[in-house]
Ligand binder design. Structure first.
Ligand code: NAP
Length: 289
């Protein structure tokens, strides 16, 4: 029997419409600023999509693009300006940055209350402490997919392959917060298959095509493929498509987790606007808006 295909494209569309409604209900302007340095074609496509999606949801957006030889100080100056700008609710620095820049110092310069990527240590700490505010969009999207398909993390064995700050670690924290028993695997894990086979919920976030094979999956398990790998055969995930024959539920690549990321970025931008509005005390509009 073939696994239920978890349709991230359809769910993302639905969630984007909900965000658009919530933006209208918020009543004031919501604004996302993006910063892109360099000429990586994929990054330009991603940022373009983020602006398009913002526009559709009624979120204003500002697009800051720079050549790859821009000094880091110019980017830090812009971030300081956007941090101080009351009309900006969310700031997103598109990764990767050029080699001469120090990614953590740039992403950590963003005001944690405007950090819609959830990469700032304050937001990582909030998640760790069980008081999440702005959580990285990709794992947030995975949790939304589990909820949509009625997959209950509570009491489940969850195995996350990958321990990055962007996906693996926050993914593990979110599953733990929902009372799963979580195992985190990585490149030094001995016998990955033995861990993976225990999983009721298996999340692969590695960046290796076909790393997860059918023999590594418990029959009926939910398999979430976060991997995005560009190959000669086009875009593929970390999970061998043959796993569809073993799993109970599974995300395709493309059309699974990918589209959810932008939907959750929009949600985070609205969350940042709402939080900032609460911090200001009363009304929605900032002084001078
Ligand atoms: P990353 O920072 O490169 O982390 C990869 C993780 O995989 C690391 O923790 C690494 O372990 C682990 N790993 C590498 N080889 C392994 C192996 N053979 N067995 C077990 N673990 C192994 O990547 P990332 O940013 O988390 O992204 C992971 C994948 O998700 C990529 O394909 C990326 O393109 C994709 N992604 C997709 C979305 C989306 O919207 N769909 C968003 C973000 C990322 P060590 O820590 O030991 O090195």
């Amino acid at each position: 029997m073939s696994a239920v295909r978890m349709d991230g494209k359809a769910l993302a569309e639905k969630l984007r419409a909900v965000v658009a409604e919530d933006v209208r209900a918020f009543g004031g302007p919501v604004c996302l600023a993006t910063i892109l340095v360099g000429d990586d074609p994929a990054s330009h496509v991603y940022v373009g999509k983020k602006h398009e999606a913002s526009h559709e949801a009624g979120i204003e957006s500002r697009d800051h693009r720079f050549p790859s030889d821009t000094p880091e100080t110019d980017i830090l100056d812009l971030i300081a300006e956007l941090n101080a700008d009351e009309s900006v609710d969310g700031i997103l620095v598109q990764l990767p940055l050029p080699e001469h820049m120090n990614e953590p110092s740039v992403t950590r310069a963003v005001d944690p209350d405007k950090d819609v990527d959830g990469f700032h240590p304050i937001n990582a700490g909030r998640l760790f402490l069980g008081e999440p505010l702005l959580v990285p969009a990709t794992p947030l999207g995975v949790m939304a997919m589990l909820a949509e398909y009625g997959i209950e993390p509570k009491g489940a064995e969850a195995v996350v392959i990958g321990r990055s700050e962007i996906v693996g670690k926050p993914m593990s924290m979110l599953l733990l917060a929902e009372h799963a028993t979580v195992t985190i695997c990585h490149s030094r894990t001995a016998d990955l298959g033995a861990h993976a086979r225990r999983a009721d919920i298996l999340v692969a976030a590695v960046g290796r095509p076909g790393l997860v094979t059918p023999d590594m999956v418990k029959p009926g398990a939910t398999v979430i493929d976060v991997g995005v790998n560009r190959t000669d055969k086009g875009l593929v995930g970390d999970v061998d498509p043959a796993v569809f024959e073993v799993a109970g539920h599974m995300t395709p690549v493309p059309g699974g987790v990918g589209p959810m990321t932008i939907a959750m970025l929009l949600r985070n931008t609205l969350t940042a606007a709402q939080h900032r509005s609460e911090l200001r005390g009363t009304g929605v509009a900032a002084p001078g808006r």
